[in-house]
Design a protein around this ligand. Structure first.
Ligand code: CS2
Ligand code: MG
Length: 404
């Protein structure tokens, strides 16, 4: 068998997605997600201009070799654009191989290690009463765990809380320039324990509560928050401090027993090396799409398992159903599965990407369709072309740019 064709499909059924579609000379197709939120066209070019010309004629069964060829052959290694492009090829090849075997992908990854995948959903509110309603909705949908994010008194717009326009419509991203959100760390540090207090008072001690600090704290501020949240026993505190300097987590770890999750912006194992070997975190967050595919992410999970660290694959709505399907197959097979983030997608996206994975009462199952189990409706995809969007930018009260 040989790769006969490679297409990059860009579509925006409510938000932008980039998908690679490979077709073999025997007519088997494979899909891979290459979506990098806010920088989608960079990956489109990397694939179209530099990778697709190399794929035709290759043996699709040589997944590891193709991965190494694209990683080492580029000379310029790592980074989100490169690894998203390589991820799309990797997942599409796994899709082809599993389809050729007539098996769902998880069967090629060692088979099922569980019956279903526990997920967590996003609950948010501009204030605490609105958050409590949102938690109630997620629990009613069956989510076994909930991430809680709120607005901060005195701040206009904050990560994780839907920004709405004058008509109350959710503003996702500015089309022309990034939305500017505001930030005040001290206000956030004072407010967040009160949020946990209110949710615990309303829903009790039994619900796993997660929170995403979204890279906004210094290590000592992260230590402070981790410690202040201990009485509420969070399931985890995510991205508590920017971790390009992995040693920063040593300081946080010294001060708090709150479990730490990190790494959705990481794209190779080297980003995690100290964090894992010194057990500075408890969950690794990279998505299949941003980490170079199933091949390297499986290796990361096996490395992390030696240090009792678990998977928690990134799964917001900007990971397409193709990327989500790959995540569900991998999470179903690995032993050290932790939890799967799942925000779901809007109805139109579900029509463009028909998938075999199911979400039932808070749990995911990959389904038994051969491959990753996703079909792309190219005609419907073409009817919703790319729209320029940016992720928001954060500024402090004095105007200084801050991590968003
Ligand atoms: C967030 C993401 O889901 C999360 O944990 O950090 O929603 C993140 O903000 C987006 O993926 C950025 O595109
Ligand atoms: Mg996050």
């Amino acid at each position: 068998m040989r790769i006969a064709d490679a297409q990059v499909v860009v579509t925006s059924p409510g938000r932008n997605f980039v998908t690679l579609k490979l077709t073999t000379d025997e007519g088997i197709t494979g899909l891979g997600d290459a979506t990098l939120n806010g920088r989608e066209l960079a990956v489109v070019s990397y694939l179209t201009d530099h990778v697709v010309p190399l794929l035709t004629g290759l043996d699709p069964h040589r997944i590891e070799d193709t991965w190494q060829y694209l990683y080492r052959g580029a000379y310029w290694r790592r980074g989100p654009v490169t690894m998203a492009a390589i991820a799309a090829v990797d997942v599409a090849l796994w899709d082809i191989k599993a389809k050729a075997a007539g098996l769902p992908l998880y069967q090629l990854l060692g088979g099922a290690s569980r019956d279903r995948l526990a997920t967590y959903g996003h609950a948010n509110g501009r204030d605490i009463p609105e958050l409590l309603d949102s938690v109630r909705q997620r629990l009613a949908e069956g989510y076994p765990a909930v991430r809680i994010q709120t607005g901060i008194p005195g701040l206009k717009a904050v990560y994780g809380v839907h920004t709405t326009d004058e008509q109350g419509e959710r503003v996702l991203h500015q089309q022309i320039r990034p939305l500017v959100e505001d930030w005040d760390t001290d206000a956030y540090l004072r407010h967040t324990p009160a949020v946990f207090e209110a949710v615990r008072a309303e829903f009790g001690a039994g619900i796993p509560l997660l929170h995403d600090a979204h890279h906004r704290l210094t290590p000592i501020q992260a230590a402070r928050l981790g410690k202040d949240l201990e009485p509420y026993r969070p399931f985890w505190l995510e991205d508590c401090t920017p971790a390009e300097n992995q040693e920063a987590l040593r300081l946080v770890r010294r001060h708090t027993t709150t479990p730490l999750a990190l790494g959705e912006v990481f794209n190779t194992v080297y980003d995690y090396q100290t964090l894992i070997t010194e057990q500075l975190i408890d969950y690794v967050r990279s998505a299949v799409t941003h980490f170079g595919g199933v091949t390297p992410l499986r290796k990361l999970f096996d490395f992390a398992a030696q240090y009792q660290i678990k998977s928690a694959i990134h799964g917001p709505e900007d990971i397409s159903p193709v990327g989500m399907a790959a995540a569900v197959h991998l999470g179903f097979a690995v032993h050290n599965f932790g939890i799967q983030e799942y925000s779901g997608h809007n109805a139109l996206t579900e029509e463009v990407f028909r998938h075999a994975y199911t979400f039932t009462d808070g749990f995911l199952h990959p389904g038994e369709a051969p491959g990753i189990g996703v079909e792309l409706d190219e005609k419907l995809a073409a009817a919703h072309p790319y729209e320029q969007t940016y992720l928001p930018v954060n500024r402090l009260r004095d105007g200084t740019v801050h991590d968003w």
